[in-house]
Design a protein around this ligand. Sequence first.
Ligand SMILES: Cc1ncc(COP(=O)(O)O)c(C=O)c1O
Length: 347
Amino acid sequence: MLEKTTKSPNKWPLAQAAGAASRTARNSILEAVGDTPMVHMARLFEESGLAVFGKLEALNPGGSIKDRAAYNILTHALAAGVISHDTTVVESSSGNFAIGLAQVCAYMGLRLVCVVDIKTTASNISIIEAYGARVDLVSKPDPESGEYLNARLKRVRQILDSVPNGFWPNQYANADNSGAHFGSTMPEIVATLGDNIDYLVLSTSTCGTLRGCADYIHERHMKTKVVAVDAMGSVIFGRPSGKRLLPGHGAGIVPPLFKSDLADIVVHVSDLDCVLGCRRLVQYEAILAGASSGGVVTAIERLAADGVMAPGARVAAILPDRGERYLDTVYSDRWVQEKLGNEALSI
Ligand SMILES: Cc1ncc(COP(=O)(O)O)c(C=O)c1O
């Protein structure tokens, strides 16, 4: 039987625990966006000899890196008078950006309509609605192009035409999306690791992260090489469009935020690469992350195996979101076996 204790022992192992001089209360949940920790993933990359540091974007309050873009876009739109408190924000997004927007709109008291399609997971719809946003479901692809993205964008325009003071954040083209990473993500990485960083590895969809971080690196003449990790089947880097199962990274269009000189190295990863990377990440480092983080892990392993990244290199790796949103896919043995075959389960 456990002994009864009269007092909690003061035995917290970390030096930077409660009471550290810099700790202050945030004024709102929005001030809790960003400033995410970096973790030395020493076990996973021990054999390769690389020093790889993962930036845990899962620890943003809405669970992903997209909190930064949502916060930055709406804060600037409000400050510039482009939106006001009677604005209805309308966006085509079914994933992390929708959740980030829902969080910011809930705090700012703005109406939000998220246009989603039938591929959106039930749990994401529940999260978006729990923040108080409205979900508008598009159930058929665009008849001309056969694409859901085009059908969703048409629906966004329809809703904007029908509401007074509508605002479309348009994350694929909005400079405040990449500005979030120029102004927060990359400065935080440099504040943590210094500017002795050989590689920055990140995943791509709207290219907000890529554009903002690469602009920062190039403007400051840092030596850091930018590695963009994209999904196979994504068209961002000029490859043909193809079927992809896992959401988050990749895009069916070349985003206006994209520029061809942003990345020094481009790695394409499959759904299976993402699953394997995620499962190794949790097995070696106990980090339960989303699909694109697995893609980042696999890309680094591949570049190390190919001799592109030499032992001793210092690598910053952005891990964009939480694993909980992928329990029915990446972390479900049944889903993996059914969709990707047995190989994924053999680690
Ligand atoms: C899980 C995940 N990974 C990667 C990305 C890519 O980020 P960006 O849109 O900045 O290119 C996103 C964007 O939504 C994402 O949700």
